[in-house]
Design a protein around this ligand. Structure first.
Ligand code: PLP
Length: 376
């Protein structure tokens, strides 16, 4: 195996992507410099219209991060102390963190071991969990996460939510551009959120996020919450809000990225399909269910010898990452919730065996072959 030209394998290659769009990015940033409307400049409305159209939603409200995108709808729904929201313990911290930040209680529900997404079969148990009953919590909603780029089971989740009068907030931070039953993600539930963190499938060059909804009233509240709870009069604020605005420069970057975004999705898919084929007899490769697509935010595999495999790959200069090594219910900050090891076995199994390989639209076959060969 040759080690030439493969020393610098990128986990996510933003440089190659930038080379494709550099001219457009520069021209669009130049435009911002020229008009000088750095806060809520015209690029904000332009990107919101574009993304609403892309996802088939009525409203897109951009904001400062994927975390604010989760926080703002929860604020709009008035989620607070005495409330609970059901979510997955196998996600990035902020999904549950925003529930807690508002004084509400996250109630975790185990995952489907195949897709790593919240298992709809566990929702009933979460709704009737001892914590909810003993503390008399008012369960308000569900936050499913479309983990690693693949949709959660919205048919089942939405039916359950409807039956129990719960809101559904789709955390699509990792899945912008993917589809479920022929419909783009960010259009499920009552409201959906995404992140433009640089490494996400649709990333900018800093922090950013967006919220999507068809609900006019909710959209109006979100626009208000985004700017300190503003009303129609600038200095009469009508509710408590945040400074949650998306940056105009970053909106310019997203506009440039969207020019090639639909071209990148099949490239991602091809890389994933090739990994699946080449790694089939070495590790447990990821499965995308028939009625959905993935945008492969991460290419995750399960291995019985994770540490050994990772160190072998590292010796050959292949970067890897573990998403996520510690489930939320076992993290220090959530000790107070009283969960224990063994509470969510599918999630814990995944956390103990999963790791991610380099994954981006520009991973060429030669590099991919090298990565696979490094498994030995
Ligand atoms: C990245 C991510 C977030 C947070 O997004 P930021 O833009 O980093 O605040 C929330 N949820 C999930 C599932 C994520 O992957």
């Amino acid at each position: 195996m040759s080690t030439t030209d493969v020393r610098n394998i990128q986990f996510i290659d933003l440089k190659t992507q930038q080379a494709r769009i550099r001219e457009s990015v520069e021209a669009r940033i130049q435009k911002v410099l020229d008009h000088g409307r750095y806060i809520m400049g015209p690029e904000i409305k332009e990107v919101e219209a574009l993304l609403a159209d892309y996802t088939g939603t009525k409203h897109c409200i951009t904001c400062a991060s994927g975390t604010d995108a989760l926080l703002m709808p929860l604020m709009a729904y008035g989620v607070g102390p005495g409330d609970a929201v059901i979510t997955t313990p196998f996600t990035f911290f902020s999904t549950a963190e925003m529930i807690s930040l508002l004084g509400a209680t996250p109630i975790f529900c185990d995952i489907d071991p195949v897709t790593y997404n919240i298992d709809p079969a566990g929702l009933e148990k979460a709704l009737n969990s001892p914590k909810v009953r003993e503390e008399g919590l008012n369960v308000r909603g569900i936050i499913p996460v479309d983990l690693f780029g693949q949709s959660a089971d919205y048919t089942e989740i939405e039916a359950f939510a409807k039956a129990h009068n719960l809101f559904v907030m789709e955390d699509a931070a990792q899945s912008f551009g993917a589809e479920y039953q022929g419909r783009k993600l960010c259009s499920f539930g009552d409201v959906a959120t995404t992140s433009f963190f640089p490494a996400k499938p649709l990333g900018c060059y800093g922090d950013g996020g967006a919220i999507f909804t068809d609900d006019d009233e909710l959209a109006e509240k979100l626009v208000s919450i985004r700017v300190h709870g503003k009303g129609h009069h600038k200095y009469d604020n009508i509710r408590i809000g945040i400074n949650g605005r998306f940056d105009t420069m970053q909106a310019a970057v997203i506009l440039a990225k969207m020019e090639i975004f639909d071209d990148e999705i099949p490239l991602r898919d091809r890389v994933a399909a090739r990994y699946n084929q080449l790694l089939a007899d070495k590790v447990k490769t990821p499965v995308v269910k028939d009625d959905r697509t993935s945008v492969w935010a991460q290419y995750c595999i399960l291995s019985d010898d994770r540490e050994g495999t990772i160190s072998r790959l590292k010796e050959h200069g292949v970067p890897t990452a573990i998403y996520y090594p510690l489930p939320l219910h076992l993290q220090t900050a959530y000790r107070y919730l009283g969960y224990q090891k063994g509470d969510f076995p599918n999630c814990e199994y995944a956390a103990d065996h999963i790791f991610s390989l380099p994954m981006h639209p520009y991973l060429d076959e030669e590099t991919q072959d090298y990565i696979v060969a490094a498994f030995g």
